[in-house]
Write a protein that binds this ligand. Sequence first.
Ligand SMILES: NC(=O)c1ccc[n+]([C@@H]2O[C@H](COP(=O)([O-])OP(=O)(O)OC[C@H]3O[C@@H](n4cnc5c(N)ncnc54)[C@H](OP(=O)(O)O)[C@@H]3O)[C@@H](O)[C@H]2O)c1
Length: 340
Amino acid sequence: MPNGQRVVLRHYPHGAMQPSDFGIEELSLPDIGAGEFLVRALYVSVDPMLRLFIDPAPLGGKMPPMPLGTTIPGPAVGKVIESNHPDFAVGTIVEGRFGWQHFAVSNGTGVQRVSSKLGSPENALSIGGLPGFTAYVGLEVAGGVKSGQTFLVSGAAGAVGSAAGALIHARGGRAVGIAGGADKCRYLVEEIGYDAAIDRLAPDFLAQLATALPSGADVYFDNVGGAMLASIVPMMARGGLVLICGLMAQYQGEAATSVDHLPDVLRAVMFNSLRIQGFTQVGQDALRPAFEAELVDLVASNRMKVAMHIEDGIERLPQAMAGLFDNSVTGKVVVRVGEI
Ligand SMILES: NC(=O)c1ccc[n+]([C@@H]2O[C@H](COP(=O)([O-])OP(=O)(O)OC[C@H]3O[C@@H](n4cnc5c(N)ncnc54)[C@H](OP(=O)(O)O)[C@@H]3O)[C@@H](O)[C@H]2O)c1
C-alpha cells in the first residue's frame, strides 16, 4: 500500500533545470531492521549544488551520472516514528540526508538530533545546518574576522550569504553584500546586519560597488563565480583573499557560453598580490562544536535571523529547486512535507 511520495530524477537537465526533469512517485512505508529507525520527513532542504549531481556528466564527467529513477538525495529534518535503535527514540527530531521523500529508513549514520535551542526545527537546514556551517568554515579558512577588514559577499541574500553576513556582523566586521534587487538589499541591511548592499541588477552596479569599497575588499566570499568574479577581482585590496565557496553562475552551464575572463583575473591577482582559495565544509566536523556554541548564543540573543522561504507540499520541490536560479527567493529555501 503506498503511504507517501518521493521525488525522482526523470530526465537529465541540459542547461537550466525544468520542474519536468523530476517526477513524483508513490512510496510505501518501508520496514525497519535491527539497529534502524524510520523517519517521517517534516522539512526538505533545497540546495543549489544538487544541480551538479543530476547533470548528465557530473563534475565534467568525473562522476558517473545518477541513474534515472533515483530518489533525489539531500538533507531533511524529520521525526522518528518507529525505532529499533538505542540512540534514536520515537519522537526525536533529527536532521540527516533523508532525501526528497516522505519517509526514510536510517541506521543513524550522519544523523544529528535537532537541538531545541535552534528555535524551529527547519533552522537545522539553515543557520544551524549546512549553510550556517559553510559560512562558519569559510570565515575560519579566511583566518577569522579581523578588526578593520571589509568582507564582500556575493549571493548574499541566499542561505550561506545570509549566514556569512550575520556572523561577520556579530563579530564586529564590515560586510558588503551583493544581491539581485532592491528588496533583497533592504533585507541584507535591515535584517541581517550588512553595512551596505549593492543590487547586482542595477545598471551602475560596479560603480556603486566601488563606492561601497573605498579601500577595496579584504576578503571576497564568493558564492557565485562566473563573469561577476572577473569584474570584482580588480576591486580587491592589496593582499586580499578571494574565497571560493560556490559557483551559482556556472552550475547550469553558463560558463560555456561566456567570454574568457581568465587573463583579467590573473592580471588583478598578480598586480594586487591576491590569493584565490576554494574550500568545502565537508570533512570539517572538528569545527562543529565551536560553530554550535557560537550559533546557539546568536540565535538565543536574536542576533541571527536568516529568512526562510518555505513552500508547502512535496510536489513543490522541483519548482523550488528551479527557483534557486531565477532570482525569485530570499534566504534559505525549504519545502514543508509534513507536520510535527
Ligand atoms: N563550499 C561548500 O562547502 C558549500 C556548501 C554549501 C553550499 N555551497 C555553495 O554556496 C553557494 C550558496 O549556496 P546557498 O545555499 O546559499 O544557495 P542559495 O540559497 O540558492 O543562494 C544563492 C544566491 O546566489 C544568487 N545567484 C543565483 N544565481 C546567480 C547568478 N547567475 N549570478 C549571480 N548571483 C546568483 C541568488 O541571489 P540573487 O539573485 O539575489 O543575487 C541566490 O540568493 C552555492 O554556490 C552553493 O553551491 C558551498
